[in-house]
Design a protein around this ligand. Sequence first.
Ligand code: F6R
Length: 216
Amino acid sequence: MASGHTPALTCELLAAELKNRQIDYSQLRFFGLDEWAGLAPEAKGSCARDFMERLIMPLGLQPEQYFLFNALAANLEEECRLMDRRIEAHGGLDIVLAGIGMNGHVGFNEPGTPFTHLCHVAQLEAVTTAVGVKYFDAGTAVPQQGITIGPAHLLSAGTFIIMANGEEKADVVRQAVTGAVDPAFPATMVQLHKNGFMLIDEAAGALLEEGNVMRG
Ligand code: F6R
């Protein structure tokens, strides 16, 4: 799952449903999609802090149930290989719940990332760091690199969902759904997936044709 603003309500509802309906989630394994390079897990703006506050702590997940990137690792490439092995050891990802960035990124898979990439360290585009200011305290420098689960893992997942809400996402949603599949606009990869969906609200879907939309 991604962090960021998009999945906040999803996490709240998911945690409430699992608890209220007394669903046994002891077999749940959670993988954090990405992290800002060099950020401590407890730092404001870190993805880890989002995951902890929204799902891991509310659900009381045990350390063996969740896997987050250590963005403080001395060697981030090794950290990527470690995450690759963890994902593979679990037979791949079952469900991906990702978001979409203003440049079409998914996770920190920025434009141009080959769809064959596994976990990797990404140089972030200016638009990503500019938009990223919203997660941090005023005056905090936004990291220029990220560490992310790559497209190859997302495309091998059982179900691949990209969520988006709000009118500011309408144009990137339109491009993801109707654009040519191309790493230049990473979210178009969802079109390649046999169980690929975009889960959007009315505002984010404002630029789609009715034929592209299933309401529910
Ligand atoms: C964050 C992540 C990013 C965000 C995207 C949208 O973990 O993976 O790709 O999903 O930047 O961010 P929001 O949801 O804040 O608009």
